[in-house]
Every structure is written in structure tokens, then in C-alpha cells.
Design a protein around this ligand. Sequence first.
Ligand code: MRU
Length: 339
Amino acid sequence: MRTIKWKDGVVTTIDQTLLPDDEVWIEMRNCNEVAEAIKEMKIRGAPLIGAAVAYGLALTAYHSKAKNRSDFLKELKRSAEILRKTRPTAVNLFWALDRILRKVVNAEGDLEALKIMVIEEAKQIADEDVAANRMIGKHGSNLISDGDTILTHCNAGRLATVDYGTALAVIRAAWEEGKRIKVIATETRPKLQGARLTAYELMRDGIPVTLITDNMVGYVMFKGLVNKVIVGADRIVQDAVINKVGTYTIAVLAYEHSIPFYVAAPSSTFDLNSSSKDVIIEERSPKEVTHIRSVRIAPPNINVMNPAFDITPIKYVDAIIYEGGILTKEDFKKMLKSP
Ligand code: MRU
């Protein structure tokens, strides 16, 4: 089941803020509506954000009243600027916008042909995401053994992608191959993607999942209750993996307990010309920390920090699973050196 769909100038997706209680599909008819849905995290997860902004440009193209190429390109670039300002960390967002703009700016053809090109490229980005995730599952399941208990953080599942997931693709593929595995999902404060989304997704697929709070990771590792970790990524740079805040803590604990720590992500999440110091870590509203859903749990006016992501040095990553295969640390370093 795809999490984002295009039909005749309307984009539909599940409002993820309402899960797990209600599965409500929302309709978006212009790029502003897509931008708002991303800011409010109705749409979230790096690959899904990439597909959503691509469809945002497709909406602009489909409904454009521009009379010539130059006006059309201006309109498209204005939409891209609106979409660029939604969330700063997941590189898939910038990758998708730049890919479409580059293609259209360099293309020949009349106005109608350019509009169709934008829409087709957006569909292609969504299709490629599904294909990449299937390959991630296929490669990654080789790392999983019958009887494994795998810890995952946040939601790197179908809901974070167009379909099938990244970290959860590996888990799904291993399960589909008949491996009897179990999953431990961290709740993922403050937005609770693990408790709300990963738990929901895996239970729907019948994959055994146990929910823990984020601060229980040390305990379950110390007790030998976990033997692998797989997480997704928002951006993979030369020296680090940027992912949901809490990932770094899990990686260091995994290292200390000699538990393999794997990152699963499509190549659209790679930003190999940058290093961690170049990345903007999104700082979100203090209310996400002082409140759980709409209930306040901290004193009014308390100072708050709310970085949405953290930085895990490559040292802690045993392998990166992408659509091209499995990269060990050494493979990854070689990839950085190759032109
Ligand atoms: O803030 P979110 O929910 O968009 O963050 C999502 C994550 O950090 C995921 O792990 C990442 O995007 C990979 S999803 C396949």
C-alpha cells in the first residue's frame, strides 16, 4: 500500500499525526498545502518527504496558468523555495527538488511537454523509492538470522517512505523469508514515532514487536535482549549518519555491548559532498517537549532544547544497507574516495 498517491492534480496521503487511532487520508491541491503538511509532520520520514515535495512541484505544474516557458520556470522555482523551507535536515527533500528543477531547466520542448515532464519525474521519484526499498530489504535480510531480536528507533517503515520502508524493509524481508525475528521499538520522544507508527505498522503486518521507552535501551542491551540494531537515516554525510534524535545514544550503547549497528537508507539520503558540520539540525517547538500530545507535563516557561535529529559518527556504524548492496565502514570510505 503506497503512503502517497497522485491522481489528476490531487495528492493524497495519510495524516500521520492522527495515527495509530485514525487512518485519515488528506488531499493536497497545491504546493503550499504540501509544505504545511510537512511542517506539521502529517507527512514525515526522509524518503516520503522527498516524494511529497516532488509531488508538490507536480501540483504546481499541473495547475499552472503560465503562458510561456520563462514564467513557468519562475513559478516552479517559487514553489521549490516554499518547499525548501519546510524541514532542513532530511536531504531527500533538497535532492528531489534539485533533481526535478535540473531536468526541466535543461530540457527542450514546449510548455505542455515541460509540465508533463515535472509530473512524470515526480512519479518516477516515488516509483524509484519503492524499488530501492525492496532492494534494501533483499540485501539487508542477509544480515538477519533466524531468532534475532532487532531494535529499531523512530519510524523508518512504510509510513516514512512511499512503501515498504528502509530499516523496516530489512525486518519485513527477513520476516517474509520465514525468519522468526522479534522487534524492539523505542517510543521515540518527543513525537513518539516508535510508539505510534512503528508499533502500528509492525502489528498490522503480524511481526512481533515490543515497545520500550527510549531510556530502556541500556537495560535491554545489558540484559542481552537485543542482538542487532537497524535504523534509518535523514542524511548520510562523509563522517556521520544524521537520524532521529536518540540514534547516537543507541549506537554508542550498541558499540559498548558489541551489538551490530546497521543503517538502512536509499542513495537519495546520501550527501557525500558534505560533512556533519555542514548539516542544519532542525530545532522544533519547545511544546513538543513540554507537552505529550496536548497535555502539559513540565512547568510553564521552562527552558527547553528540542533538536529533532542527532549525529552518529561513522565509527559506530557497522554497515550501511542501500539499494546497491551492503557497505561496510571500509566500503563506505572507499566510496567517498571514488570520484
Ligand atoms: O522527524 P521525522 O519523523 O521525519 O524523522 C524520521 C527519521 O528520523 C527517520 O528515521 C528517517 O527519516 C528515515 S525514514 C526511512
